[in-house]
Write a protein that binds this ligand. Structure first.
Ligand SMILES: *Cc1c(COP(=O)(O)O)cnc(C)c1O
Length: 395
């Protein structure tokens, strides 16, 4: 009979028993979890016994990943969310209310700037921007209703280094929360909670996951009540990450320290190499002596200059076009933190919405590139960039 189907076709088969265990982390895509009785479910919701209920509320792959990033940051109870922007949103909107004011760094990630400029105001949260390299400018932006300051440690794409210690002291003195988006510097170079930040945020999409195949974010707060507020808001808004993405990111994270160290070493070499090439007007790398924040970078980041540098070509758009054409093996793609080197052109991507004058004020011309240096053989990298700059000069 065609409807004589075995019970285990529809009903789940118990997981096969094994005296050996898997080396790899299991991937658990289940949306929902089975409890034994209503009494047990009650205890789960009361937090008296641990048990997952529904994946939007939490799942093991997110928890495993969060615990690893917690350990890197010296944090506890960090939350994984679906993107870096979900982490920024959860931190701001989970903790701020109508009538509050938040100060953002004036060179924040583009979408963070947009959240500040276009969205928070619709919910009654006032915003202003201030230069995070100048603690006096941040102090001047404080109002009686200021509840939070959001800064990035290293700015995109000019790699200015925030006065994190000064801002942390200011925030503490004035009873204001300090949230730090530490995506560029990573916990290898800077652990914001140790410098007095209340909240640390990452786009896990970038160096932590490191392979350009997942979009995820992380947010951790020092205070338990803040953690709960951020968590509840993220669950309510559905900012929850996919188990598969968490699983992939965890796999990437195992080699994070090795990738970071190698990429950073390559970046320092490439920065010096570019600075010596005819046709390169200037190179920005935090540990170079000619960087405007060199001393602060050395103090705050130690010898960790990071894997990102920027440089400016002599010549405009045609020189820029010639460069990307002459180095097809270096992905011309507007992201950072991939295992391989990627190149971005802020004037046509992250900073395209600005007027040329506003870009010029930041020093971002048509010849300006940002490089996220990868882990490839450094000789190969230097040859690629030599060829790219030579082609740009001939354009
Ligand atoms: C990429 C990035 C974000 C946003 O992360 P997504 O994972 O793309 O949402 C936020 N802040 C910084 C500094 C970033 O580089």
């Amino acid at each position: 009979m065609s409807d004589d189907i075995p019970a285990n076709l529809v009903r789940r088969t118990p997981w096969p028993a094994s005296v050996s265990r898997a080396v790899g982390t299991p991937l658990q895509p289940s949306v929902v979890y089975v409890s034994q009785t209503p009494d047990q479910l009650d205890l789960q919701y009361q937090g008296q016994v641990k048990g997952y209920t529904y994946a939007r509320e939490g799942h093991p792959n997110a928890e495993v990943l969060a615990a690893k990033i917690d350990a890197l940051e010296g944090a506890a109870g960090g939350l994984i969310v679906g993107s870096g922007m979900a982490a920024v949103t959860a931190a701001l909107m989970g903790l701020l209310s109508a009538g509050d004011h938040v100060i953002g760094g004036d060179q924040l990630y583009g979408r963070s700037l947009r959240l500040m400029a276009q969205d928070l105001g619709r919910f009654g949260i006032a915003t202003s921007l201030a230069d995070p390299t100048d603690v006096g400018a941040v102090a001047a932006a404080i109002r009686p209703e200021t509840k939070m300051i959001l800064v990035e440690v290293v700015s995109n794409p000019t790699l200015r280094v925030a006065d994190l210690k000064g801002i942390a002291q200011l925030a503490k003195d004035r009873g204001i929360l300090l949230a730090v988006d530490s995506t560029f510097s990573t916990p290898r170079a800077c652990r914001p909670l140790e410098h007095g930040a209340d909240i640390v945020i990452h786009s896990v999409t970038k160096l932590l996951a490191g392979h350009s195949d997942v979009t995820l974010g992380y947010v951790a707060a020092r205070d338990g009540a803040h953690r709960k507020a951020i968590h509840d808001f993220a669950v309510t808004l559905g900012l929850t990450p996919s188990p598969f993405d968490c699983w992939l990111a965890e796999r990437g994270l195992y080699s994070f320290h090795l990738r970071y160290d190698r990429a950073e070493e390559n970046a320092a070499r490439l920065a010096d190499h570019l600075a010596g090439l005819a046709g390169v007007k200037r190179v920005l790398y935090p540990l170079r002596r000619d960087h405007p924040d060199h001393d602060r970078a050395a103090d705050l980041l130690g010898r960790r200059g990071g894997n990102i540098l920027s440089f400016e070509l002599d010549g405009g758009r045609s020189a820029a076009n010639a460069l990307t054409r002459a180095m097809p093996d270096v992905a011309f793609a507007p992201t950072l933190g991939d295992v391989g080197t990627t190149l971005s052109h802020p004037a046509t991507s992250s900073h395209r919405a600005m007027t040329p004058q506003a870009r010029a004020a930041l020093g971002i011309s048509e010849g300006f590139f940002r490089v996220s240096v990868g882990v490839e053989d450094v000789g190969l990298l230097l040859r690629d960039f030599t060829a790219g700059v030579a082609a740009a000069q001939g354009a």
